[in-house]
Write a protein that binds this ligand. Sequence first.
Ligand SMILES: [Mg+2]
Length: 359
Amino acid sequence: MSLFSKKQPELAPSPIEGKVVVLADLDGVVYAGPGAIPHAVESLNAVAEHIRVGYITNNASRTAASVAGHLRELGLSCSDEDIVSSPQAAMHLLAELVEPGSTILVVGGEGLTYELEKNGYVVTFSAEDNPAAVIQGFSPDVGWKQLAEASFALNARPTADAFGGTVTGAGETAGIPWVATNMDWTIPVARGVAPGNGTLVSAVHTAVGRLPVVAGKPELPIFDEAARRFGTAAAPETALFIGDRLDTDVMGGNRAGMKTVLVLTGIDQAKQLLAAPVGSRPDYILNDLRELSEPYPAVITNKDGSVTVRGATVRKDGMNLTIVSRGENKLDLLRAACQVIWDSGLAIFGFTVPEELYI
Ligand SMILES: [Mg+2]
């Protein structure tokens, strides 16, 4: 390369540079099953020495204090206030829908009852108590009886009939308000993948013919809760959100105006990244959380439309994706390929993509 070329710098600032708060999803980012993900704890503790670090979780079965206790056991330096949970976000939704001190029917466990009582609501598990709203979040103890009580309470007015009446959209109040902490279809547990809150909400939905308003990722209330807590509401781009799923973490963070990281230690991998729809594309792709504090490679679009990330260059030839140079780093090649596809404005299924980009 000539001394006088106008070559752009290969490295840009690190993902955390200029950020006021770094927010992390838990499963697939901090831990997987019982153990911490390699490098996650040390990397987040290092960030926390100079930037506020918070954690965002859709799981409603545990209290924020219990989640914080678990994270401290894994070695993270965090306080109870660093945890933003879907039940906490659901409390803000509820406050807009019912009078303070109302009786609320719960489908869920301690994570929900704790927040409800803390916020001055009366908890019931029976539709007979004439609740002002239903709130639903995951707990391993939820069974048919709780789902049935929710259905009775939500069906209390005759307009909400699953098979004969009008099906109304989320937030419409054909009956009493219904708030769900999150709509994750599945939940990973020690023995495998099990039905999540979205699946249990869906059972009630089938019975009552309407949908709840939702607090958790990828909806905004949980991100709004984080922005209030960490003071980034006026400048959301000063928050960095790290997740392992494009359809909840990255989509939600992007919607909230935050900068987003997809870390490849959890659910979504190269294939999903290459196919990511507009709105679910992260600002940064990382192998693990050590890279949070390292300079991020510049993603450079060349005059011919090819994209270079350090030594890796990828070009679009018609509907073929061509590797021009591999560089030294497989992740750089993926970053370049993603940018070529994303810039094209075309859907992934039209492309012929070399297998080595996503295997
Ligand atoms: Mg996750």
